[in-house]
Design a protein around this ligand. Structure first.
Ligand SMILES: Nc1ncnc2c1ncn2[C@@H]1O[C@H](COP(=O)(O)OP(=O)(O)OP(=O)(O)O)[C@@H](O)[C@H]1O
Ligand SMILES: [Mg+2]
Length: 504
């Protein structure tokens, strides 16, 4: 198990494969070191009760405990083994000369705990109490029910697939961004310092920054290593070197390397040595050789694992942008909006576009109005033409009707004239017949008298007929009247001539 974690390079503190010195991990150990507090030990006047030992590192001992509400908590005791010992429950400096230094370390432990208590993130273990007792300091942490990542990799290899690992990475990056946002560093990110609860929610524990502060403050502690082979970047090995967020990102990348490949990357100080000898970096990049992950995801880990801090991803946010398409787009637009020159160009582009759009809209509106006007003119012309055609049709219909009526009237007039002619002929015939009879019986003077009387009667009848027609004419339209008058004039003239002719 340990060999798989460490590969061919032995870590500095390799005993349990997690860099912890006394091999006393909760899951694996049989017993607790003799100087740890025994179960049942009360702390802070009984507000906490030690339940069991969990682990011991060079700087402290971790216990499972209960608080006054019977809730399970984890207690971390400031116990730098190289400078203190326990007498009964009391922790004392190993020598009087170390007491001052020990007091400083205890004070720094408390200060660091109070700083950690300010971290408020769902993926960072909560520090909810700091107190001094037994001559040392303690911090009380929320208890997380679950396994650490190292145990998960080793005992449940199928539990985390690419989707879970991607989600876990994202959450850890957000947690780290939170830490860095408060100007703090974790300094000890590794698989054994990430707990996974039953929902695979990753929780970052065991901030190494407190240990580093103590180490810097104490000559005795300065000899202690605060690096974890395979997970610490090369600069952590150099005393007094500048440390920055990129160091934590290196450790996270190394942790993910372990999760993906089953082992941490080649130790950073070994790679540094190779480069110092002008040899190529012996690190084999992950990009393209791990199935189930896109190039962005794997390349981000490779970049974060660069030997030199300046070549790494510089912030957790930058890493998130690399692996999250949406975050990448957001970052790009944020970058764009922060650049005054780009902003000015975009503003000009937007203005130009707005002006062009407005001009185009106005032109289109004008075209629409013009088209409407043309349509209206055409409509009116069509309407006028239709009216004209209708009037024309009406006129023609009236003309036809008038002509038909005139034809009818002429026909009637002709018939009337014919009838009159016939009657006149009949009358003339009758008169001739009568004359013939009278000639046979009466003298010629009587016949002449009789003929004049007969003609007079005929004339009277004809006048009566004409008068009747005149009356009818008055009831007819003007044009009929005109025709009738013409006809009557013709008739009357004809009859008069006939009469005059016969009278003569
Ligand atoms: N909040 C917690 N909830 C549950 N278990 C925890 C919690 N904190 C720590 N543990 C368990 O205790 C173990 C040791 O804790 P931690 O990593 O904080 O100490 P360490 O590595 O021994 O510390 P140090 O390096 O500070 O001496 C962890 O691996 C984990 O199994
Ligand atoms: Mg730890």
């Amino acid at each position: 198990m340990v060999a798989a974690v460490c590969g061919s390079f032995a870590p500095r503190i390799p005993k349990d494969g997690r860099g912890n010195n006394p091999v006393t991990k909760f899951m694996h150990v049989q017993g607790a070191p003799p100087d740890s507090l025994p179960p049942g030990t009360p702390l802070l006047q009984g507000q906490f009760l030690v339940e069991s030992f969990l682990n011991a590192g060079g700087f402290g001992i971790t216990y499972l405990a209960r608080n006054s509400l019977e809730r399970r908590v984890v207690l971390k005791e400031c116990y730098p083994t190289t400078m203190c010992y326990r007498s009964q429950s009391l922790v004392r400096a190993r020598s009087c000369s170390q007491q001052t230094e020990f007091d400083v370390v205890v004070r720094l432990f408390g200060e660091e705990a109070r700083r950690l208590a300010k971290l408020d993130h769902p993926n960072i273990v909560g520090v909810h109490d700091v107190f001094e007792d037994n001559g040392t300091a303690y911090m009380a942490l929320d208890y997380v029910e679950g396994l650490d990542l190292l145990d998960v990799i080793e005992t449940q290899p199928g539990r985390l697939g690419p989707p879970e690992i991607r989600t876990m990475t994202r959450k850890l990056l957000e947690a780290i961004a939170h830490v860095h946002g408060l100007n703090m560093l974790h300094r000890d990110i590794s698989p054994d310092n990430v707990l996974l609860d039953r929902n695979n929610e990753p929780i970052l524990i065991d901030f190494g920054a407190a240990r580093d502060t103590a180490r810097r403050a104490s000559r005795v502690l300065s000899a202690l290593q605060v690096v974890k082979d395979g997970y610490s970047p090369q600069e952590f090995y150099l005393a007094g070197s500048a440390q920055n967020p990129a160091g934590d990102l290196y450790s996270l990348a190394a942790t993910l390397h372990h999760v993906l490949t089953g082992e941490p990357p080649l130790y950073s100080h070994v790679r540094l040595a190779a480069l110092a000898e002008q040899k190529p970096d012996p690190y084999v990049p992950l990009a393209g050789r791990v199935a189930g992950y896109d190039l962005h995801f794997l390349s981000a880990i490779d970049t974060a694992l660069s030997v030199f801090a300046k070549n790494r991803l510089q912030s957790a946010e930058e890493w998130i942008e690399c692996i999250d398409t949406k975050a990448r787009q957001r970052a790009l637009s944020a970058k764009v909006s922060n650049d005054p020159e780009v902003t000015a160009r975009i503003r000009k582009l937007v203005n130009d576009t707005n002006v062009a759009v407005k001009v185009e809209q106005e032109r289109a509106a004008r075209e629409v109005a013009e088209q409407r006007r043309r349509d209206e003119i055409e409509r009116q012309a069509r309407e006028e033409a239709r009216r004209e055609m209708r009037a024309q049709a009406l006129r023609e219909a009236e003309e036809i009707q008038r002509e038909a009526e005139e034809a009818k009237q002429e026909r009637l007039a002709a018939e009337a004239a014919e009838r009159a002619q016939l009657e006149a002929e009949i009358a003339a015939q009758q008169a001739a017949d009568e004359m013939a009879l009278q000639e046979a019986a009466d003298p010629p003077a009587r016949r002449a008298q009789s003929r004049v009387e007969t003609r007079g009667e005929e004339l009277e009848r004809s006048k009566a007929h004409t008068a009747k027609q005149k009356i009818e004419m008055h009831e007819r339209p003007g044009w009929i009247t005109r025709v009738w008058r013409r006809l009557l004039r013709r008739d009357t003239t004809k009859q008069r001539r006939q009469l005059e002719g016969s009278g003569a």
